[in-house]
Write a protein that binds this ligand. Structure first.
Ligand code: CP
Length: 362
């Protein structure tokens, strides 16, 4: 029997600590002019890579997400009668539940698969054949598969859109959207293309771009906002930090990327510190970079925000949770609204939702 503590059981729920940033979506919404045209291009499109997005489309997704976050109770849920196939073949807390929460809030229904052995994959059925069946049963698929190429094997057979919710060490594009949405809520002026040079930010990423899908997609997404970023500092002591061509692609996007190993030496000048220590490889995860940790004792710049895609390990001390540096809980919360915005645009024509003339794909 578990020993109980009456004070713990009887305590009324408190306003949440560690929720810096949850009041910010209205400021972002008010700062961004509405332009539904980029969102129209998302109708019936797959979302596999962060490379598919440009700044204009991301800004309008952030604006719609901020609108949903500011006014979460919808009078007319736009996806009533639509079905999401939620297929997660690798563990997930945030991505699966935030996609499913987003879909429920939009009024749709869900079919969920959390174990590939419960599908024809256990009998050797091909991904292409499974994709062919998905076409008949749902309106959109969210897939997490630890095999990088799996989602690409399904694309040619699909007649409904699919979203990559993490494919091995390759990409996690909607996580990157949630990451940058959080940064934009913190500093809405960063979405402006005429940002004065003195207002650009410095971002530190503790992680391995070639091995972590969250970091790979984040860097590609940050490339769309290179005008607002003074420098990205990759903090790691690992070898082979970049795949062939990866650093060059970021440079071509205008992102200035530097590698450093002295965490405490860099922290005092970083405005955003993103940390991750997990790479999913095959059926398990590899922890890496555990020699670089953040805690309330770290020399973080005043006003700096800390982001983490979570799940948390020892690299991020819980003593940061109750400090103003904690924007990682706001980051996880905002993912619901980013996914609501994206799903709405993919499954419904945005012209139907926003009452604007449909000018077709841009
Ligand atoms: N951020 C993220 O991908 O978390 P989950 O593994 O819990 O989905």
């Amino acid at each position: 029997m578990v020993e109980t503590n009456d004070a713990q059981l009887d305590r009324p729920l408190q306003p949440k600590d560690g929720t810096a940033g949850i009041e910010r979506p209205k400021a972002l919404l008010d700062s961004l002019p509405e332009d539904p045209r980029p969102l129209m291009t998302l109708s019936s499109r797959h979302v596999v890579s962060s490379r598919q997005f440009d700044r204009e489309t991301l800004v309008q997704i952030f604006r719609l997400a901020a609108q949903y976050e500011s006014t979460p109770a919808l009078l007319h849920p736009p996806l009533a009668g639509k079905i999401l196939i939620s297929a997660f073949y690798e563990p997930s807390t945030r991505t699966r539940l935030s996609f499913e929460s987003a879909w429920h809030r939009l009024g749709g229904d869900i079919m969920s698969i959390t174990d590939p052995k419960s599908t024809g994959m256990a009998k050797g059925e091909s991904l292409a054949d499974i994709a062919e069946m998905f076409n008949n049963y749902g309106d959109v698929i969210v897939l997490r598969n630890n095999e990088g190429p799996a989602i690409y094997e399904m694309l040619d057979s699909l007649r409904i859109p699919i979203i990559n919710a993490g494919n091995g060490i390759d990409e996690h594009p909607t996580q990157a959207m949630a990451d940058v949405y959080t940064i934009m809520k913190w500093r809405p002026e960063l979405a402006r293309t005429d940002l004065p040079a003195g207002q650009r930010i410095r971002i530190g990423i503790i992680g391995v771009p070639s091995r972590m899908r969250t970091v790979r997609s984040l860097l590609l997404t940050l490339g769309c906002f290179a005008h607002a970023i003074e420098e990205v500092v990759i903090l790691s002591r690992e070898d082979d930090l970049f795949d062939e061509g990866q650093a060059q692609e970021l440079a071509e996007a205008g992102l200035k990327v530097r590698v450093a190993t002295d965490l405490d030496g860099e922290l005092p000048s970083l405005d955003v510190v993103y940390i991750n220590a997990i790479a999913w490889v095959g059926d398990t995860f590899e922890a890496m970079g555990m020699d670089m940790r953040l805690s309330a004792a770290s020399p973080l710049k005043k006003g700096a925000i800390v982001l983490h895609p979570l799940a948390r390990g020892e690299e991020l001390s819980t003593d940061l949770d109750k400090t103003p540096h904690n924007w990682y809980f706001a980051q996880a919360r905002g993912a619901v609204f980013i996914r609501m915005a994206l799903l709405t645009c993919m499954v419904r024509r945005i012209s139907e939702v926003m009452d604007v003339p449909d000018v077709g794909r841009g």
